[in-house]
Design a protein around this ligand. Structure first.
Ligand SMILES: *Cc1c(COP(=O)(O)O)cnc(C)c1O
Length: 357
């Protein structure tokens, strides 16, 4: 296969061992002679995968016993609505840090009273708002910890006087989190935890059951807690590959070890962006994401954008075109992306500089 460096924003690059295990299981799932995508989810062979995935997830993220982990269909986008359905009684409060945060807010607004506490829309979401007060009468405060499109990230767990809900689609498993600070954490797996098709929700059990509305069965977290994420047919293929990805992450030393690797990758690329006169970063330095690195051509050099894209592509770079709402470039440095991949991109940027200066 052609040597490429994959910086896709999602679905993401996954470790080769997980892909190899998936290929094998597609042919023969655990020696049953049946393909992974044809087995019954009511077999003990499948249930062992489900249990293992939950256990690996719990271990990697240090999830306390009063929380449940769910593996669900519908992506993070359905979780926008689920979160509001299960937590919104009088008022939901939102931190608007980008398109995904806005979409989460829209779903809450659709079923009740929701407010935006602070927004960084004034500068196209290139920073995380800091001066705001979380309303004490809100049922919850909703944050997006990593803003995939803009390359901004909240670098630690915040304190909230009301239950905290976080969309962690694109930075889960990249740093240690204090789960006990959150009532609910959710996300789509396809940014850093596995393939598309499965979403995760980590929910504190005693935070549920506090709203008076009827919650449709499939949107009610309690339905899925009661049935161990198997109320209906789970996305077996996605969960299988996610579990293989978690096994790989454990072998790599877990979340703390991965965090050090992720920080080094991001520092390497940001250092080049800051040094190279042809490029500039788009996010405020203090809020820069370690997962999604966004940059553009330096002022006056904008017309070189397509040329650099083609130049980088020739050298094996895949997926570095920025999101249309920011433009320029975005390199997503999810866990399976290596220091070597980042160094190949840096080398391409340096070569381009030498060619053009
Ligand atoms: C990609 C993304 C989503 C949407 O995820 P889907 O699983 O495609 O619905 C939501 N939030 C964030 C932060 C994302 O990066």
């Amino acid at each position: 296969m052609k040597k490429v460096h994959v910086f896709n924003a999602g679905p993401c690059l996954l470790p080769q061992v997980a892909i190899d295990a998936a290929v094998e299981a597609l042919k023969d799932f655990k020696g049953t002679g049946v393909s992974l995508i044809s087995i019954s989810h009511r077999t003990k062979e499948w249930e062992s995968v489900m249990d293992e995935c939950r256990a690996n997830w719990k271990e990697l993220l240090n999830i306390p016993d009063d929380y449940e982990t769910l593996f669900l269909g519908g992506g993070a986008s359905l979780q926008f609505l689920c979160a509001a359905m299960n937590f919104l009684e009088k008022k939901g409060a939102y931190l608007e840090t980008g398109v995904w945060a806005k979409k989460a807010y829209k779903e809450a607004k659709g079923i009740g009273n929701a407010v935006v506490v602070a927004s960084s829309a004034d500068r196209n979401y290139c920073y995380i708002p800091k001066d705001y007060e979380i309303p004490a009468d809100a049922d919850y405060f909703h944050i997006t910890t990593n803003n995939t499109i803009y390359g901004t990230e909240l670098h630690g767990d915040i304190d909230s006087p009301v239950p905290l809900i976080a969309d962690m689609s694109s930075d889960i498993l990249s740093r240690r989190i204090d789960i006990s600070k959150y009532a609910l954490i959710y996300g789509g797996a396809q940014k850093n935890a596995g393939p598309a098709g499965v979403a995760f929700a980590i929910v504190r059990k005693d935070a549920l059951g506090k709203v008076s509305r009827y919650i449709p069965t499939m949107l009610d977290y309690r339905t899925h807690i009661d049935k161990g994420s198997m109320f209906n047919t789970p996305p077996v293929f996605s969960i299988f590959v996610m579990n293989e990805t978690l096994k790989w992450l454990k072998a790599m030393g877990g979340v703390d070890a991965m965090h050090a690797i992720d920080v080094k990758k991001a520092e390497t690329l940001y250092a080049e962006i800051d040094r190279n006169p042809f490029f500039v970063g788009t996010a405020d330095k203090e809020d820069r994401s370690i997962m999604n690195v966004c940059f553009v051509m330096a002022p006056g050099k904008e017309d070189l954008q397509d040329e650099f894209l083609a130049f980088a592509k020739e050298r094996g770079m895949v997926g570095i075109k920025g999101h249309r709402s920011v433009g320029g470039f975005r390199a997503s440095l999810y866990n399976a992306c290596t220091q070597e991949d980042v160094e190949a991109l840096v080398a391409a940027m340096q070569e381009f500089e030498n060619l053009k200066k």
